[in-house]
Design a binder for this molecule. Structure first.
Ligand SMILES: NC(=O)c1ccc[n+]([C@@H]2O[C@H](COP(=O)([O-])OP(=O)(O)OC[C@H]3O[C@@H](n4cnc5c(N)ncnc54)[C@H](O)[C@@H]3O)[C@@H](O)[C@H]2O)c1
Ligand SMILES: CC(C)[C@@H](O)CC[C@@H](C)[C@H]1CC[C@H]2[C@@H]3[C@H](O)C=C4C[C@@H](O)CC[C@]4(C)[C@H]3CC[C@]12C
Length: 369
């Protein structure tokens, strides 16, 4: 918890505050935002861990709610100084329908924006995504690009489409007059692939490896770089930009920022092995056995199976045509815009991020070690 002589008079709202990223944002705010008087945590599914946070100097208000319900959002936003909107359906595995993804990610964001305008909340940070940019459906690489790098952002998948629409709504809302006559100040943060304690996809890879006798099979060439960023540094960037939005409104308002740190550039699978390797898993070099066309055939069969089985059960494996295409396309960022605009520096080194993540995997029951 933050200890400071600063006056505690600010109310923050974090939507999606019980998710993988949201929980880290909530905990980071309590540790590093000394002006907090109340922290509202809004989520469809509240975590039991919230109870332990209610013993500190900040009033932590858990709000079970749905961002698709405008009245629930307005009630949660009313009186907040800052909203960090991280709630979303992060689905590239076919679990939710395109309509549901749109309803949550786009309509939900519209509801948050309108709630800010109607209730007078002036500062809104949106958790966007690298996928707003790419990889695009043409498989064009984005090699160590930045916020100004030209790139043909062409999407068909519901998830990136919804994130792009939502981000555009947030940025267009910058400068709108809110209740009380002052302007709304918004910005969007674009994390690349987030990793760290609580990452469900890392958990899925680990359990898949345990099921396969401690082995994982390489599907992607090691040469395909994929940007990754530690969840603690993403959370820190949210806290910092939320603090600087008021002071640097003219510079930061209406801007997008990639989330970045010193995590190494590697293929998605090789990067995962930085944590799964020390936990006893091995990545087998099966690329010669599984050429890309065979992987695409298997991915397509998975998609067909998902469609056939849907009336009976949800079959949503990691490998599908979309995830294979994304994993197989280089997408890395190299930027310092957040540092230049609001003084961001990663809070956690690569070594610390790696150690924390390894410890989390090791703590999962049935570690292969
Ligand atoms: N995980 C990543 O690699 C990554 C990368 C870039 C951006 N993002 C973005 O970060 C945000 C958080 O992602 P995450 O990885 O923590 O996902 P997550 O699924 O762990 O967290 C999302 C949270 O939003 C909540 N939520 C979903 N629908 C809701 C609704 N209708 N009303 C209220 N709450 C709802 C969920 O209950 C969950 O707690 C998302 O907006 C996502 O697009 C994630
Ligand atoms: C089965 C193999 C082909 C394996 O290598 C597939 C990996 C695949 C599941 C992931 C590869 C890239 C990931 C995405 C990327 O990190 C960025 C994302 C944006 C974020 O907003 C949401 C998550 C994701 C779409 C992320 C999802 C998993 C991958 C597709």
């Amino acid at each position: 918890m933050a200890e400071s002589t600063e006056v505690r008079n600010l109310v923050y709202l974090v939507t999606g505050g019980c998710g993988f990223l949201g929980e880290h944002v909530v905990r980071m705010l309590l540790q590093r935002e000394p002006r907090l008087s109340e922290l509202r945590v809004f989520d469809l599914h509240l975590g039991p861990w919230l109870e332990e946070l209610k013993r500190g100097p900040v009033q932590v208000t858990a709000i079970q709610g749905d961002v698709t319900q405008a009245h629930e959002v307005a009630a949660a936003v009313a009186g907040a100084h800052v909203v960090i909107h991280a709630a979303g359906l992060v689905d590239v595995f076919g679990r939710a329908s395109p309509e549901t993804i749109h309803k949550v990610n786009v309509q939900g964001t519209k509801n948050v924006i309108e709630a800010c305008v109607q209730t007078g909340t002036r500062f809104l940070v949106y958790t966007s995504s690298m996928e707003v940019v790419g990889p695009n459906i043409k498989g064009h690489p984005f090699y160590r690009g930045n916020e100004d790098t030209p790139y043909e952002a062409v999407h068909k998948h519901p998830y990136p489409c919804s994130k792009a629409q939502a981000e555009r709504l947030v940025l267009e809302a910058n400068g709108r007059e809110v209740r009380g006559g002052l302007p709304l100040v918004t910005c969007a943060l674009r994390p690349t692939g987030i990793y760290g304690e609580g990452h469900q996809i890392m958990r899925d890879f680990y359990h898949q490896g345990l099921r396969l006798g401690g082995r994982l099979f390489r599907a992607i060439p090691a040469s395909v770089e994929h940007g990754r960023v530690y969840v603690g540094n993403v959370a820190w960037m949210h806290v910092l930009v939320a603090r600087e939005l008021e002071r640097r409104a003219a510079l930061v308002g209406g801007q997008v920022y990639f989330c970045y740190d010193k995590s190494p550039y590697k293929s998605y699978e090789d990067f995962n092995m930085e944590f799964l390797g020390p936990c006893g898993l091995r990545l087998l070099e099966t690329r010669l056995l599984a050429p890309y066309w065979l992987l695409m055939l298997l991915a397509t069969l998975n998609a067909l199976l998902q469609w056939l089985l849907r009336p009976l059960l949800l079959y949503a494996p990691l490998l599908n045509p979309y995830t294979l295409a994304v994993a197989n396309t280089t997408f890395t960022v190299s930027t310092d815009k957040a540092q230049r605009h609001f003084g961001y520096e990663p809070l956690f080194s690569w070594e610390d991020s790696r150690t924390r993540t390894i410890r989390w995997v090791q703590a999962m029951e049935g570690s292969a070690q």
